[in-house]
Design a protein around this ligand. Sequence first.
Ligand code: KIV
Ligand code: ZN
Length: 510
Amino acid sequence: MDDRVRIFDTTLRDGEQSPGCSMNIDEKIRVARQLAALQVDTIEAGFPIASPGDFEAVREVARKIEGPVICGLARAVEKDIDRAWEAVRDAKRARIHTFIATSDLHLQFKLKMSRDAVLERAAWAVAHAKRYTEDVEFSAEDAARSDVDFLCRVVEGAIGSGATTVNIPDTVGYAIPEEFGRLIATLRERVPNIDQAVISVHCHNDLGLAVANSLAAVCHGARQVECTVNGLGERAGNASLEEVVMAIRTRRNLFGLTTNVRTEKIYQSSRLVSDITGMVVQANKAVVGANAFAHESGIHQDGFLKKQETYEIMTPESIGLSKSKLVLGKHSGRHAFRARLGEMGYHLSEEETNRAFERFKTLADAKKEIFDEDIVALIADEVYRIPDIFELEGVEAHSVTGQSPRARVRMRVDGQTLENESTGDGPVDAVYSAIKQITGSESPLVGYFVKGITGGTDAQGEVTTRVQEGDQIFIGQGADTDIIVASARAYVNALNKLEHWKINRSRIKD
Ligand code: KIV
Ligand code: ZN
């Protein structure tokens, strides 16, 4: 049997279904580009029938991203499959992924269909997708809670109609590793044509077992794992890409398998997805959390210094963290800066490099040591920032014990410089109140998080804000050694994204 596990990334589809994680087209393209650099095998770019925005995003990814297969999701209905094909058809390698539920619970209460009708529909949907492309994936939604005999029949029918990948989802994260592994073994024993398709798994993390279940499935012959960067996804999320990939790599002695993923791009991918979605990675998250390679206890430090392997099963470099964390300082020139960007996998235009370098010099004046994490934040804040409709020019805040904090903000809006002075419960509140007055924004701020990027009192603070408009959430980010400035930048960034969204929406309506 094949000894390579295919990595099917669904950050842009299932990941984007996480509450508050929606991305605009530019952001999806950036993530897709990063996934291509990471060398995942397939990118599930979205669910084209879901909305015109989803369709557009999948089509853009299909047109612009080369390398991985580009896949669009479709229910087992004609209009979904046709729309999915329209969206992915321009990709060099395109896949249609069609699905229908197979558990009695879903059949009875959601689909209101008999088992025979589902059996027939699954085979029909695959055959319909097959008219467009050779590469068709079929998913049996809620497979983990389905009757095994019925599931075997549906899978056999889908393969009979030409499915080249059959996906077995644990849609609600209900399975336990041993049981899920056995399910895959049973399919391999009982489905007569199973060798004609790749078995895939798609596990949700409701019981914290998504990665364990995926790996158990791999042990029993699954050769595609569906996963997301940082484990984003519906409810508790999907299996985390970085954990699946690093487990297969680190325990190669056990699995005897490989993936195509360039693991040294993992950290950067995790940061990018976290920056764009505003979903902060918990410090103790496996592989990519801030503490994943930190050794605190004296005994551990002592052992680690004597021999790294005593307390480290994989190296920070293997996921793209540099060994020497100190990279640049005040005296580093443009050349060193550009070289470091290249080593970190950033390939910026001349103009972007210049802007980033200017920002770097300002930062180096405020902060003695510049770490990789500072550069990642700087690039996110300066280079990948959405063009400003509201431009922040200056912020001034005063806090005196016993008095209401006051703030003055100066911004450029429609070619005019506007100023406002406000008070608030704290200096950030006062700044936000002034920004609200200037921009006239009435959309509520529903989230505000601050994180220190590196240690030390001169560390940059990174602020994430969430602004709500109807059922849409706009994520803003700002980084600076001055936390008030970082807060202002983050809020203005979210308001700019909201403004761009309004403009695009009115264009789509026109
Ligand atoms: O969780 C699930 O079952 C899914 C399918 C559409 C693959 O996301
Ligand atoms: Zn899912």
